[in-house]
Design a protein around this ligand. Sequence first.
Ligand code: ADP
Ligand code: MG
Length: 583
Amino acid sequence: MRNLDDLKSVLARIDGRGYKAYKDIQGDYAFEGGVLSVDYVQGDPFASPSKVRVRLHAGTAGLPSDLHGSRVRRTAVEDFLARRVRLALRKQGSRDRGIGKSGLMLIDAGGQEVLERSAVRVSTEWVEARVEVGLPAAGRRVLGRQAAEMLCGDLPELTRGALGWTEEAEAEGRPFVECVENQEAIRSGLRERGLVAFVADGSMLPRESGVSDRPLSPEKGLAFESPQELRVSFDLPNPDSRYTDERGAVTGMGIPGGVTLIVGGGYHGKSTLLRAIERGVYPHVPGDGREYVVTRPDAVKVRAEDRRRIERVDLSTLIGNLPNGQSTVAFSTEEASGSTSQAAGIIESLEAGSRLLLVDEDTAATNLMVRDARMQRLVNRESEPITPLLDRIRELYEEHGVSSLLVMGGCGDYFDVADQVILMRGYRPEEATSRAREVAEELPTRRGFGEGEPLKLPAGRVPDPRSINPLKGKGKVKIEAEGVDGIRFGNETIDLRAVEQVADASQLRAVGRALYLAAREFMGEERTLPEILDRLEKLIDAETVDRLGGFGGGKHPGNLSRPRRFEIAAALNRLRSLRIVGK
Ligand code: ADP
Ligand code: MG
């Protein structure tokens, strides 16, 4: 194998030549303790940056093997190392070295959530960082000396420093890994305890601001405290001095399965609690304040999203025949209303396999949630296609095991169907189930109950792979994330602003590639969406998100993170070209 001196001489040779000459540096170069691989060279200084991997031999990296002995630990330590590399590159790297993106060095590390990501990989033989670099240029000419400084000096040195397991890395990294492992231990324990979510005492749920995902400072925020009646405790595998007692247990509010209401006055912290629970499907970094807010992995937030497209979704259990006589058994529209969009969101989530629905009144369609006695009398059954969720929610739980967690400050009709009522008062939860029952008895709603036919869970739809096409222009694959708001997919943009559990743009890059891969490899032959999602999950389980990199991303997959099946389904459902093969 060539070494960094060889790279240096190539760079000296092409110095001053046209930018395309950089193609000559593609390849692998050994250095002491590792290998630098230039996988992809950008076409010009303004194009998306070049892709480079820095691999350290395990002996040089010195990562203790117990820190990557399980999938959870490996994911956590990889995520941690990506953050360390980012810090090193930001501190000392990324110097301006000419025009365009010259001198840029980037790694795709995460935000508050800890995700399985492709930016750093750890194996028993090596530790590897996948970095994007802007190769230096002056007026579209190669700056060979600057490039040598960068590729043969700064980059290997900085990554070696950041990937090497120093005392400092141990002091920060071990608690990081242990904290993530604790969170996953709680998640695994939820089901057998009959819980859908857990919120630890001492958690800090509110965020710094609407545009910052960092926690509100302890001076400004009130730490979470469980009501006595709902307090449970989990024994954790690792101590965490901020949350665990001497016995290694953490206490907090356990939310049981069934129908749970979060009620309370405006501005008392209801949505903040629900948002933390939404995000609790992912582990969080130590210090986030929501480390021990842990939710069942299949929780899906559903909301109204008018104007979205719907493709052959069976809405009939929530919405019957429409005024124009249109059937809703395989309902399609290019522009949904509030109620039909939310109904579609519910049915699609169940189809993808969710058994825990999260709804906030702030983003729900009122007419899908409730119809009170007066409205029932004025607008008779025949002229109202909607069976409100209120009339379906017990059945969903009792017949189909679908729990729900609803923020409902404005409508007490739900008292009749709730298993638990949590009352938020000044950011403090109170157990209010029996008080709500008393109120329900004193003030009957006089609603007629049991509207609608018996509810059936959706049988999976069959997507047509030919309707999923990420090619743009001259047959080039275009799959790009627009932050966490959408995916540019071929000629269209999939709007995901209403899909609130996307944690990271790198998840959306992976979602786009997963759709492409699924269309090429898994769809067709009557295969249903849930079966396709199963196959995708199995593939990622076996080969990690790296496997998605080859699809539209070249051979260097450094900027992907693992999406949940629900977000993959959500993107597919919002793809405007999607066709479902009808029966
Ligand atoms: P609601 O949904 O009940 O109307 P929100 O959850 O939107 O209320 O919260 C209202 C405001 O209170 C937000 O600005 C939020 O950041 C803040 N907040 C929520 N929980 C806390 C807390 N525990 N401590 C301090 N501020 C909080
Ligand atoms: Mg609210």
